[in-house]
Ligand binder design. Sequence first.
Ligand code: UD2
Ligand code: MN
Length: 249
Amino acid sequence: MSSDKDQVRQVLGIMASEVRYTQFLKYFLESAEQQYFVGYRVRYYIFTDKPEEIPLVKLGNERYLTVIKVPSSNRWQEITLRRMEKVEKLIESLLANEADYVFSLDVDTKFYGHWGAESLGRLVGAIHPGYYKTSRNQFPYERRPESHAFIPLEEGDYYYGGAVIGGLVKDVLQLAKTCRKQLEADAAKSIEAVWQEESHLNKYFIYNKPSKLLSPEYLWQDLKAKTKEVKVIRFSQVIKNYAAVRPNP
Ligand SMILES: CC(=O)N[C@H]1[C@@H](OP(=O)(O)OP(=O)(O)OC[C@H]2O[C@@H](n3ccc(=O)[nH]c3=O)[C@H](O)[C@@H]2O)O[C@H](CO)[C@H](O)[C@@H]1O
Ligand SMILES: [Mn+2]
């Protein structure tokens, strides 16, 4: 696959920023302008219940931002659960003919280092920074057989973070659609997977393996101590006061 700049029509970042998460957007966008696909056509899509709180950030040449208003939720689990549905709808309604690649990203994050074409692939996942040293039977996969996200102890390759999902628009659509259906099937049985959409993502990746794995360089957490093995941190979750930013405990 060539990822030459002229052959990539557009790369997109999709993120949810609901309830009090708009406060993270200024740093997210400012740092993305410095690091994320610089030199490519990029369009950010931001889902929010508070469009008036989206900060004005100066965007570079051929970089655009679209705000999509969504209803408010009272449960943070609801917000993350519905990300798959948002990604699916957005790709179906807008992106199919507009872009080649898409990434869904958490907004409570900052870019500290270059993130470019080396991250592109048909289907892209990132290894969760909390579990790259953990053995498989300790991964926080959904372990209740009643859930569609269920993974038995002897299955699975890695534990992937829900904060970074990417790939070709067509492949990300397939992922989002499948996970959305599984989430709905669980909801119909009144079961919510232990890590919501992240649990379903992990299940999907067992049977539909990512063609590219991003190391925890691409998904770090500011609160984690620096380690010898991860030398460059490119994208990292900021430290947040969960009680202050989420709508419920
Ligand atoms: C590092 C990583 O992989 N983090 C994942 C993890 O915890 P996190 O603690 O990172 O979850 P989180 O609170 O950041 O929520 C995920 C994302 O949902 C959005 N949001 C959430 C709550 C809210 O009130 N408003 C709002 O806009 C926002 O874009 C946020 O970045 O587990 C979540 C599922 O449970 C997601 O899979 C996250 O991606
Ligand atoms: Mn997050």
